[in-house]
Design a protein around this ligand. Structure first.
Ligand SMILES: Nc1ncnc2c1ncn2[C@@H]1O[C@H](COP(=O)(O)OP(=O)(O)OP(=O)(O)O)[C@@H](O)[C@H]1O
Length: 688
């Protein structure tokens, strides 16, 4: 991997923190990283003055393009407004020069003032035009800012939703998403920084032009005055952005703590288990750690600014000394010197504003650059478009020697630096493939069940089947066509899923079911059929506003339903989606005994309609009706067959063993015989 000089400097031991006790206790290690983990992927490493100077025009063009997409009229208003303002400022300076020349000329005072009147009118007129142009530009920029942020955020989100699931689970991509999201907001601020740059640049050019006409030696001196400030701004921006990157995950974790303290989900445990004060204490410790960093940044910035101010003062003294020299030696007339002082002041102010705005632009550009980079990375991670169509009359999906490991976090410094332990010398679970050489069939139109102990790979199989991941080796064949060659959008369209952790959308009850088919308007009749199928009709009937009840307790009118009621809604959602293959992963874990029986009965009936059902469950009795059962252990297929075949003494025995374990629980606690009235009489008599 490429390692630049700057990267090595950034990874210097001095920059690395050991992490606060809270980080170690709650998150397993430090969250403030040396910049090494970012490698050269972030703008931080390109923040040399030269590199940024080269890059800045492209980033400005990027923002202008965003603004163009957001609202062209406002963009024109801002551009023209700033241009007119600058030009009127230049004409104003020339007019002032004319006023001074007329007033300081020889002759009677009345005559001198009279001859200065047209120039005075010019000064007033340019002032009015400048003010009007400024007002137009301000209102245009105000309109443009929010629109640019919206366009940038939309672009950001539209890229993010198209990436593979593995990207969303990748820690480095998560970090890039974090900083790029900030980039979307930064693009709004880029607009005002760009406006400021254009305005102050035009003003500066105007003043510099006038100054050059007055005397060419004054211009370099004016520029010299701004060098120290530019350097200071660059230094401070760089330090700020570098710190932001190193502390990004720490800040995210701090927010996570405060969010957990205010959300409804953990609220009961926070109270009953007394988690509140515990988390609050860690929130304080983590905040204090970042306060120390903020104080360090502020102290460094103050030192840099102090040096810059001293150098600027020296440069200003040099400029005014040169002006005095020109005046004393008679090279420059008094009226011209007066205009020159004004031009130096105006030019100096414009240049200071220009430096400030370029600095703002530069600072925001770092984040916008991360946004640009996300667009590039998101394209690399993007789910491929196009491919072969899914076979129309699909008969069989076959896993052919499939091996799959979940992507690991290669950036994890903690893992890289961890001392080798006994566990890591062997094959720790995290490094064992989730699936190893799995070959099995999923016949279409049948109920296919997957069983096995926790972590055996059942859910992983369903995710590969649905196209959420691709095998590392081996193939998943759809009537002989490898799934990697199929059009992924079509593959996704084949599935409805009720996963173990299906999402509880914080929307209305109707939307929680209708979101199974977001591409079409909610059809009330179909919604009700889906709800009745999943036994969710009784849930809806009990809600205060029926289908329109908001299932989000923290909001006005929000309502909370039980875990089992949620599960029924989840099943209704999958039913409403009405896709050819239904994946149900532990569909009844939160259901009462009666509802559970109903759901399995409904699933069984689905087979009669030709629906393919992939059923993942620990309730072994409920797979009795499955056409085919696959038994997994440690990511490998142990045995396959029907319920009867797997219970037969000739089978490998894994299923039988698990089944006997479950059956024994009921045998050990048999249902007592029904109570007879005579027993009650004896009991009551005894008590008396
Ligand atoms: N997103 C993920 N990233 C990394 N590892 C994962 C991920 N999901 C699952 N694993 C790991 O893959 C292995 C198989 O997990 P999987 O969820 O497929 O098991 P399962 O048989 O469905 O288990 P359970 O019965 O507990 O639901 C486990 O070791 C698990 O830790």
């Amino acid at each position: 991997m490429k390692t630049s000089k700057r990267m090595r400097a950034a990874a210097a031991p001095g920059e690395k923190t050991e992490g606060s006790p809270s980080e170690k206790l709650l998150f397993g290690g430090p969250l403030v990283y040396s910049a090494r983990w970012n490698d050269y992927r972030y703008a931080y490493f390109e923040m040399t003055l030269w590199a940024m100077a080269l890059r800045l025009p492209r980033l400005v063009a990027f923002t202008v393009k965003l603004a163009w997409r957001a609202e062209r009229r406002a963009l024109w208003t801002v551009g023209l407004g700033e241009l007119i303002r600058g030009i009127s400022q230049a004409i104003g300076l020339i007019a002032i020069n004319a006023v001074l020349a007329a007033v300081l000329a020889a002759g009677a005072i009345g005559h001198r003032v009279q001859s200065a009147v047209p120039a005075m009118i010019g000064v007033a007129a340019t002032g009015i035009v400048g003010a009007l142009a400024n007002a137009a530009s301000t209102s245009g920029a105000g309109r443009l800012g929010p629109k640019v942020e919206r366009v940038a955020t939309e672009m950001y989100l539209s890229h993010v939703i198209k990436v593979e699931l593995a990207a969303v689970e990748d820690a480095a991509f998560q970090r890039l998403m974090d900083s790029a999201q900030y980039g979307a907001q930064a693009s709004r601020r880029m607009v005002s920084a760009c406006t400021g740059v254009i305005g102050s640049l035009v003003s500066f050019v105007a003043a510099a032009g006038v100054l050059t006409v007055l005397h060419p030696a004054l211009l370099p001196l004016l520029v010299l005055m701004t060098v120290p400030r530019s350097w200071a701004s660059l230094q401070n921006s760089r330090a700020k952005y570098g710190s932001y990157l190193r502390w990004m995950e720490h800040s995210r974790a701090g927010r996570l703590l405060s969010q957990n303290l205010t959300r409804t989900g953990p609220a009961p445990e926070i109270r009953v288990h007394g988690v509140g004060p515990f988390l609050l204490e860690h929130f304080r410790q983590m905040s204090q750690a970042s306060e120390i960093e903020q104080a360090r940044l502020a102290a460094d910035a103050a030192r840099v600014r102090l040096v810059a101010s001293a150098l600027t003062g020296l440069a200003a003294a040099l400029t005014y000394a040169a002006l005095a020299g020109l005046l004393v030696t008679g090279v420059m007339a008094l009226s011209v010197a007066g205009t020159a002082v004004l031009a130096v002041r105006t030019g100096g102010q414009s240049l200071s504003t220009l430096v400030l705005q370029v600095n703002n632009l530069y600072e925001e550009a770092c984040y916008v650059q991360d946004l640009e980079r996300l667009f590039v990375d998101a394209k690399q991670w993007a789910i491929p478009e196009g491919g072969q169509p899914v076979p129309k009359t699909l008969e069989l999906i076959r896993f052919d020697n499939v091996t799959f490991s979940y992507p690991t976090d290669n950036d994890d410094e903690r893992r890289q630096e961890a001392e080798p332990t006994a566990a890591s010398e062997g094959a720790p679970e995290a490094e064992r493939p989730a699936l190893k050489g799995v070959s099995l069939d999923i016949p279409v139109g049948k109920i296919v069940a997957f069983v096995g102990e926790n972590g055996s790979g059942k859910t992983t199989i369903s995710k590969l089947l649905a196209g959420l991941y691709q095998p590392d080796s081996g193939r998943i064949l759809w009537d002989g066509v490898a799934s990697s060659d199929l059009d992924r959008t079509e593959v996704f369209a084949q599935f409805a899923m009720v996963s173990q952790d299906f999402h509880r959308w914080p929307f209305t009850c109707r939307m929680n079911v209708a979101i199974g088919r977001p591409d079409r308007p909610a059809d009330q009749q179909v919604l009700e059929q889906a709800a009745a199928y999943a036994g969710a009709d009784s849930v809806v009937a009990e809600l205060p506003r029926g289908w329109d009840t908001l299932l989000n307790k923290g909001y006005r009118g929000g309502h909370q339903i039980s875990g089992g009621q949620w599960q029924r809604l989840g099943i209704a959602r999958a039913r409403y989606r009405s896709a050819p293959i239904l994946i149900v992963d532990e569909p009844t874990s939160a259901l009462d005994a009666r509802a559970e029986q109903d759901v399995f009965e409904q699933i069984r009936k689905l087979a009669d309609t030709g629906q393919t059902v992939v059923l993942i469950t620990h309730r072994l009795a409920s797979v009795k009706y499955a056409d085919l059962i696959h038994v997994l252990e440690h990511g490998e297929l142990r045995e396959s067959g029907t319920f009867e075949e797997l219970l037969a003494p000739t089978s490998a025995g894994v299923f039988r063993e698990l089944y006997e374990l479950q059956a024994r629980q009921y045998q050990d606690a048999p249902v007592p015989a029904p109570r007879r009235p005579a027993d009650d009489a004896v009991k009551n008599g005894g008590e008396r």
